[in-house]
Write a protein that binds this ligand. Sequence first.
Ligand SMILES: [Zn+2]
Ligand SMILES: [Zn+2]
Length: 740
Amino acid sequence: MSSEKPRYDAGAIEAARQAAWLEGGAFETPTPAEGQAGVYVKPSSPFTSGNLHMGHVRDYAIGDVYARFRRARGDAVLFGFGFDAFGLPAEMAAIEHRVPPADWVARCGERMLTQMKRLGFSFDYDRVFYSSDEEQYRWSQWLFLTLLDAGLIYRDDATVDWCDTCRTTLAALQVEDGRCWRCHDEVRLTRRPTWFLRIGPHLEENDRRLADLTDWDELSLSTQRFILGRTDGVELDLEGLDGPALTVFTPHGDSLGEARFVLLSPRHPEIERWASEPAARKQLDELRSGGWERSARDAASVPLIDTGASVAAPAGDGQLPVFVSPLVDARYGPTAVLGIPAVDEADEALGRRMPRSPGEPAAGAPRVDAGVREAKRYRAFDFSVSRQRYWGTPIPIVHCERCGAVPVPAEELPVHLPRDVEPTGEGNPLAERSDFVDAPCPRCGEPAKRETDTLDCHFDALWLWIPAAVPPQDRAEAMFTHPELKRWLPAERLVAGADSGSFVFDQRVVTKALREIGPLSFLADGEPFAGCLFHEMVLAGGRKMSKHLGNVVNPDELVERHGADTVRLAVLYAAGPAKALNWNDGALRFASRFLNNVWEYSLDRFAAVAEAPEDEEAEADTRFMRDRLRKWCDSGLARITADLEQLQMHKAVRNVTRLFERIQDYEKRVVKRRGELSREDMEALAAALVLLARVLAPLAPHLAEQLLLASGREDGPELVGPWPDRAPAPEPAAPGPVDA
Ligand SMILES: [Zn+2]
Ligand SMILES: [Zn+2]
């Protein structure tokens, strides 16, 4: 064995491997062969914040390991993403730095791509896109018009914060203690027309399909269930005293006779009829203009409006007074429910605040039992998709005095967003640009005004998972019709943070809508992601990393000091995906020590093979040890393969380290028995180390590939595959006496 220890120089190795990947186009998306299913690994779409944080590193490291593993197994892999580049954070940063948001976003994206490449993430960088690109947002506009045409987008009033000084609406995160983030003056609530996405028609299916999503981890499924907010119960129709019946819901089907009042959501479809008396009407208007979406939600203080109306009680011959309260929305969505104080704590608290005494039905036979049926309600509801802001996709609508809101014809898309705007935070920049606002009505040709709201970036995200599956040169023409979409969709695996649940939920809604409308009709179950892994966030000292707390860990510094492979391995090893990762140097020290050991040990043994003495007698004597090493390799490989298939990367790391320990153990035992390793022993050791490098390759790709090259057993640039089926082949059976 050589006396000089090979030194592990992560910086040099990583630079060499990354240059080789770039030159060889190692991560270019292949066209799947006929009959071969493409494996699309979908990472989070990052905001163009300008800096990768440790949560990104965790996200992309998990996805990257999986993508590399599937490539090694011979699958056609697409590992691509785009930046979620529109939206408030970019606009606010641009205001602060006094640059057009377009420039800010370009600068931030470039910087983040450099960081990703330095970490060795195997994205197809040629497929990276920005949601703020014209080619991209043109399709956001197309989607808006398509959903509008299908009746899934509508316009309604919404309550928004307004700053009189800055003459602008404000988002929740721009309001601090009721004051404007920019001028610190008090803000007030105002009602204005807003565009909404209708999700009701697909809630039931989003719920039902969860049972089929067997490749979704529990964390991702539980976020979907939470967003649905499903309650099971019964519904029945209660006779109105002077009008049509009212359908009411309750989870307490056994206690119908104890109902004392009825509660209506302010968003109930028949609310106008039930709250028609002037006093009720006035209170309802006040509730709406007061932004009830943000009002108290506990039963002791939530707003409560008496409609003055009553319905027949479900049992006996009594009556139930009808009230309006946003508490209904918080629990069951936009519906009507029975108030049953005897069995429901919230109803009991509400009952004590009733402005009118709750009904007290006389005993008697139930009247409506025949009409009681099983039912369920979902708390999830339509959400607003437009914002009074500059940096977003322009909504392709023209407001005409004569014709109303008129969609821009598809062939006139895109409606261009002026890119030379430097927003100040005052007013509405688009409304002040006559070159943007003034447009002829597409229907009658008279002078009209463009919609100056832009789409919230949440809307862009509804389809942000699609463009990576379309070759960049074909996106302008065939974004939703490209033949390769059928090869890549649904994405085999989404890897995303646990806070992406609502994005994913709405993507599932829109996929189903586009299945029915046509473009995604090949996705029979309407699911964009066949598999899904959610991971928790990265903490420091048990707390969320934030500038304010001064506990932000900078990935660049870590990579600079320890190398990308060490940082990747540490992040993967430190915690399972379903657990928050509390960052600490322990994982880093572990990863650094392990990789150093593997590097030095492997290079040393590879160099020693040729010098090992051939000795037939010794080789026969240690044969059983080589057999055992092979078995260890086989079982280690099986475990690591299963870990990677399930994206349990922390377990994979542990099993790789265990395999390394066993390989070293083999050597120690041979030395103990014979004093040194014969040629056969050394060959077996080297073969085991090659296997180790192969299974380490998805996790620490730079080091592992460099080791494979150094092993002398790799004769080409084709390093990504194949994934070993099993340990090196056993030696042929030796001729000799056979046991009787
Ligand atoms: Zn202000
Ligand atoms: Zn018109």
